[in-house]
Ligand binder design. Structure first.
Ligand SMILES: Nc1nc2c(ncn2[C@@H]2O[C@H](COP(=O)(O)OP(=O)(O)OP(=O)(O)O)[C@@H](O)[C@H]2O)c(=O)[nH]1
Length: 391
């Protein structure tokens, strides 16, 4: 599906950059237009793939290009002041081919946390196409301020969008992802999952031989629905050399490989798809949640056409229906001729049982109460410290 994407703040911009890289290297064409919005000059300068003219510095009269220092109220003001410039930048390349808008932000900071809901709300007022959010939750060890910002921003982001797709940095960290290289591994994981989802619906790029089982943008839009939260599962597997298209590739033929492609039996392909669907659903989700609280789901199976089969996709859909106890499960494929992996992406949309969000709110409330108590004590102690009588 063709997206116009706005990355707000540092995390928003960096993830946008990775999605543009994913789109360019795979030639998928799902990014129709991309704009990065930030109150910090250095963050915008650090981007590699967002064109210069689509990088917007906001709030220079307020923060002088230095960022908000984790203050969403300041972030909101910076974005509001420049809302018409943001609107023009997004409008510049938004066409009748744009299927949806995506606003990306880290919800724990200041610029993205305060600004992303404002941008989403404005796009929703102007355009008829759906507006989605991609929100990054801070990990629990980042502390109270980040939790408070995220809990507040999430409420407003959900209200301003058709759906917020969430990625929990904490869940990724506990699954062994590292923060070395400035979130490089985590951002790669985000680009793979969300790039797979949105490029799957971009069937124009697939050329003429599109099977009827291919997922299109309306199925993604129907799955994401009108309001709510989404979690994504993903699993992939490298195909054995013999099953890759083109007789194992140029190198294999150079080394004396068979010229004719040798594909797996359809039974193998079916088993692979169902076992990858299990791994994607039961393994690490972008937002850990109770799977049975899903309102709508979608399974997308991508890979070389010979490794995809209808039987496997139907079995995957049935299994997901049983596991999520949800009847609104869609399924389809995304054929990629040059791919040497089969991947399954599972979209769990409208999830409502999310312990991580309850903990985030608790952490936010505790931190708020603690900050108020500390403020009151500090005032009293400062008064005591400074007061003296003549004796
Ligand atoms: N996944 C991911 N998370 C990030 C990245 N950078 C920052 N974060 C997360 O985003 C939150 C901070 O948001 P930033 O985007 O850095 O802040 P900002 O929106 O630029 O706001 P200010 O700098 O405070 O004005 C933190 O809670 C981190 O968890 C990144 O590259 N990838």
């Amino acid at each position: 599906m063709k997206l116009a994407i706005v990355g707000v703040g540092q995390a928003g911009g960096k993830i946008l950059d990775r999605l543009l890289e994913y789109d360019a290297t795979r030639n998928t064409g799902f990014v129709g237009h991309a704009v990065a919005v930030n109150s910090a000059t250095t963050d915008l300068d650090g981007l590699a793939h967002v064109p210069e003219r689509d990088r917007l510095l906001v709030g220079s009269a307020i923060v002088n290009g230095h960022g908000t220092g984790t203050d969403p109220e300041v972030g909101e003001r910076c974005v509001r002041e420049e809302l018409s410039e943001i609107e023009s930048a997004v409008g510049r390349a938004t066409t009748s081919h744009t299927d949806a808008f995506l606003v990306i932000a880290g919800l724990g900071g200041g610029t993205g946390s305060g600004g992303a809901p404002i941008v989403a709300e404005r796009l929703g007022e102007i355009y008829a196409e759906p507006v989605y959010g991609l929100g990054i939750l801070p990990s629990e060890d980042e502390g109270g301020i980040y939790s408070r910002n995220a809990a507040d921003s999430l409420q407003r982001f959900v209200a301003a969008t058709n759906n917020v797709l969430l990625f929990d940095n904490g869940a990724a960290k506990s699954a062994g992802e590292t923060l070395s290289g400035g979130y490089a591994d985590i951002n790669q994981e985000i680009a793979t999952r969300f790039g797979t989802l949105f490029s799957a619906g971009e069937i124009d790029a697939l050329g003429d031989d599109v099977a009827e089982s291919v997922v299109d943008s309306s199925e993604i839009i129907n799955t994401l629905g009108e309001r709510g939260l989404t979690s994504i599962g993903y699993a992939s597997e490298q195909l054995p050399q013999a099953e890759r298209g083109g007789g194992g590739g140029l190198l294999s033929r150079f080394l004396g490989g068979d010229d004719e492609p040798e594909f797996a039996s359809s039974g193998d392909a079916t088993n692979r798809i169902t076992s990858l669907t299990r791994r994607a659903t039961l393994g690490q989700l972008t937002l850990p949640c109770e799977r049975s609280s899903t309102s709508r789901a979608l399974v997308i199976v991508s890979g070389p056409p010979d490794a995809l089969n209808r039987k496997g996709i139907d079995a995957a859909r049935r299994w997901l229906e049983e596991t999520t106890e949800c009847r609104a499960v869609r399924a389809g494929d995304y054929p990629l001729a040059d791919e040497d992996r089969v991947a399954v992406l599972v979209v769990l949309s409208g999830v409502t049982d999310v312990p991580r969000i309850e903990r985030l709110q608790q952490q936010a409330a505790d931190s708020e109460a603690e900050a108020e108590a500390r403020e009151a004590t500090s005032e009293e102690k400062t008064r005591d410290l400074l007061e003296y009588d003549e004796e």
